[in-house]
Design a protein around this ligand. Sequence first.
Ligand SMILES: Nc1ncnc2c1ncn2[C@@H]1O[C@H](COP(=O)(O)OP(=O)(O)OP(=O)(O)O)[C@@H](O)[C@H]1O
Ligand SMILES: [Mg+2]
Length: 282
Amino acid sequence: MLVELTDIDYEYLGGSPGAARALSGVSLGIESGEFVALVGKTGSGKSTLTQIMAGILEPSTGSVRIEGRDLWGDKRRKLQGRASVGLVMQQPERQLFETTVADDVAFWPKNAGVDGGAIEQLVARALERVGLAPDTYRHRSPFSLSGGEMRKVAIAGVLVMEPRLLLLDEPTVGLDPHGRRELLEYITGLNRDGTTIVMVTHDIDMVAELADRVLVIEEGRLAADSTPGALFSHRSGQSEELPSASMIARELARGGFAIEDEPITLDELADSIIRTSEKASV
Ligand SMILES: Nc1ncnc2c1ncn2[C@@H]1O[C@H](COP(=O)(O)OP(=O)(O)OP(=O)(O)O)[C@@H](O)[C@H]1O
Ligand SMILES: [Mg+2]
């Protein structure tokens, strides 16, 4: 098991009058190689959960194990566990702090003691991977960039660590359609090559297309742990929470063109329509 959370509670401002319970009794495991979507309403606790998994927030109770090591139980090993988990936060500007893009992306390798020449190469490669030309961006201040560019720099700064688990908190928000597609293709590629992905998103189509597992958080609790196929067929009553393909299938059925299976992606929908028409014309 790559990550194992057991009975996690988290309270912001614990012990003070403004204390706010964000997570209650969350237990879950993430296996190596999975692509997991983390969904739930605004304020349900998704970002808190990603920060718990990344070892940035210490749970009020419960344990976090990364590759079997207790992240908070054994302080000496803390850093080792963290190095295999990379988090791209919801507000990327919160994780940018150096004066140039190159220094920002170099932060992790520098701290890990990688030598200068090798760092330069790692930084250039990470920038290229997120679609930022190193020569154009290297010397820019991260704070002079657009929101989408900042997000890309934040992602480059995490990719440079080559994390085994990549946590992405709403990574496509603020990107144009081209940037969004490029980023998603890139993330899918990383997953194919063995990087485990946990992605927070409100985009149900993205969940249907990409994830092999969906975790639903409701008011700080794990409300469902399922596959997209099972989740969206169970929810067929709540049309606003269905992927576009399922909605189109439903509209077609309403118009008298009933599709046998329950497509959740556009590819599946197209296949189903073709199959259904072929049967009808026999
Ligand atoms: N720094 C903080 N101090 C106090 N309470 C906080 C803090 N950050 C989050 N919370 C509270 O914790 C709960 C969970 O917040 P969290 O940011 O994890 O939700 P989320 O599911 O990521 O929401 P969104 O979809 O809007 O990003 C919310 O009730 C929020 O108000
Ligand atoms: Mg959030």
